[in-house]
Write a protein that binds this ligand. Structure first.
Ligand code: NAD
Length: 486
């Protein structure tokens, strides 16, 4: 591991409050730069009052927005894409200062955010219906209507990408969106809402910042929000489902993962080891990624060679000031999460797994929530570090000999978000992909995916698909009309 601590010149994000919040001037939460542990701003600690005000504005703005042709909405969203492109560098830096994610990763996220916005902005005409034949005089028609107000609650790890990408489908289909970003990384969402406010009718896109316990629950339970879309952890996902039950809301959930990367004995070892590092999304979010390949299922015959190559690659990663272009691993995003990841490392040690590298704060870095990328070998399938999502730079290596054993191992966790299969035998790859309980499987891949590929988990990893036509349709209610010609 190489330390990179030289300070580049750049200014911190400005301290600010959500100007639209009904709680503006009220209680605030500090914004902490996780690389320095310094306070760089404040956000409003939104309450049910702020949520109610945002929903009221959204209902009003949403009516006007829904009355626009989809073509008009599309033009405005493409224009918003142009604004995003102009502001990309500032937004990327904001995310780096707020989340600690390396700047190269946050530049990539800004590009992906724009890509997702443009993808959905071009798809408006696909929110179409069917005709169903009946008799000579009668037939059925279906229409897809917006819900009205969509509540969008997001996780902390890719702040701008979620704010933009997860608003695009509900907006193009004619809904207003109330965003509730993570209280740990809200700044870029607020900046995005400012850009949107210059183009979209008032209330069409608003943000309520604050904790889940206050703003999040209030949004989930508000009777004026019939559609909730949530990205976050499994326990919070359960709470969201419970909160939405009273008003029988339509809910989609993008939840956690404990994703296997399966390595067959025939792989090109250096490429597979490099993919195992890339799959952890260290460079984009320090391993704080729902799709991180945190369980490596390596064939026993190559485990030793694969492991030593992996350790070499991980130890060569440059860790340090995330504003530097050449830094590949930043700090974790907030203090409680830092402690949580350290606790998991202790659990791994106590359970008897072998710590190969990392294991705590990197030597030479005294400030910031930094954890050295960590690899455990000799991990048994029943260990907590093999079963539970750590959501940080911690890799567990498990070995297998028979394909059936490997499939059972891969499917033995409560999650089913993504998986990765590495082999040169495409039949084996395809058969394995068919047998894995995962909503998305890469074959000889890493972590990238284009807009348009459905993303969403099986089992406890979620409900529904995003990033695709299914997401677009998921923000519409289908209405059937039976027509009689008289
Ligand atoms: P979290 O569940 O702690 O919080 C997510 C959001 O929910 C935050 O905005 C939070 O304020 C809010 N919240 C908390 N309690 C709430 C409640 N009772 N009601 C309503 N809202 C509430 O998750 P996190 O720590 O921000 O993110 C990490 C988790 O998110 C991991 O499990 C990760 O795998 C998952 N995640 C999944 C995906 C995906 O696409 N499947 C993407 C990113 C992150």
């Amino acid at each position: 591991m190489t330390l990179q601590q030289q300070e580049p010149s750049s200014s911190p994000a400005p301290a600010r409050l959500d100007p639209h919040s009904a709680d503006a001037g009220g209680p605030t939460l500090p914004v902490i730069n996780p690389a320095t542990e310094e306070q760089i701003g404040t956000i409003a600690a939104g309450t049910a009052t702020a949520v109610a005000a945002a929903v009221e504005r959204a209902q009003e703005g949403g009516r006007e927005w829904a009355s626009f042709s989809w073509r008009r909405r599309s033009e405005l969203l493409f224009a918003l894409g142009d604004r995003l492109a102009e502001a990309a560098e500032d937004l990327a830096l904001t995310d780096t200062l707020d989340s600690g994610n390396p700047i190269s990763g946050m530049r990539y996220d800004a590009g992906r955010a724009e890509e997702e916005l443009r993808y959905f902005a071009g798809l408006g005409g696909e929110a179409k219906g069917d005709t169903i034949p009946w008799t000579a005089e009668q037939f059925g028609l279906t229409f897809r209507e917006p819900y009205g107000v969509v509540g969008r609650i997001t996780a902390f790890n890719h702040p701008l990408l979620y704010a933009v990408g997860k608003s695009a489908a509900p907006l193009i289909t004619g809904n207003a969106v109330v965003l509730k970003p993570s209280e740990h990384t809200s700044l870029s969402t607020l900046k995005f809402a400012e850009l949107a406010a210059e183009l979209l009718p008032d209330g069409v896109l608003s943000v309520v910042t604050g904790t889940g316990a206050q703003a999040g629950i209030a949004l989930v339970e508000h009777p004026g929000v019939p559609r909730i879309a949530f990205t976050g952890s499994v326990p919070t996902g359960r709470a969201v489902l419970r909160g939405a039950a009273e008003h029988i809301k339509d809910v989609s959930l993008e939840l956690g993962g404990k994703n296997p990367m399966v390595v067959f004995p025939d792989v090109d070892l250096p490429s597979a080891a490099a993919a195992a590092v890339a799959g952890m999304n260290l460079r984009r979010s320090t391993g704080q990624s729902c799709q991180s390949t945190s369980r490596l299922l390596v064939h026993a015959s190559i485990a030793e060679a694969f492991t030593s190559r992996l350790v070499e690659l991980v130890e060569a990663l440059r860790i340090g000031d995330p504003r530097r272009d050449d830094v590949e691993v930043g700090p974790l995003s907030f203090a409680a999460h830092y402690q949580r990841v350290l606790d998991y490392i202790e659990v791994g040690r106590a359970e008897g797994a072998t710590l190969l590298t990392g294991g705590g704060r990197p030597a030479g870095i005294d400030v910031g929530y930094f954890v050295a990328p960590t690899i455990f070998a000799d991990v048994d399938p029943g260990m907590r570090i093999a079963q539970e999502e750590i959501f940080g730079p911690v890799i567990s290596i498990l070995t297998w000999r028979e394909v059936d054993e490997m499939v059972e191992l891969a499917n033995s966790v409560e999650y089913g978000l993504t998986a990765n299969v590495w082999t040169q035998d495409l039949s084996s790859a395809f058969r394995t992909a068919q047998r894995l309980d995962a909503g998305m499987v890469w074959v000889n891949g890493e972590a990238g995916r284009p807009a348009g590929v459905p993303f969403g988990g099986f089992k406890h990893s979620g409900i529904g698909k995003e990033g695709s036509l299914a997401e677009l349709l998921g923000y519409t209610r289908e209405k059937s009309v039976i027509m009689r010609l008289v």
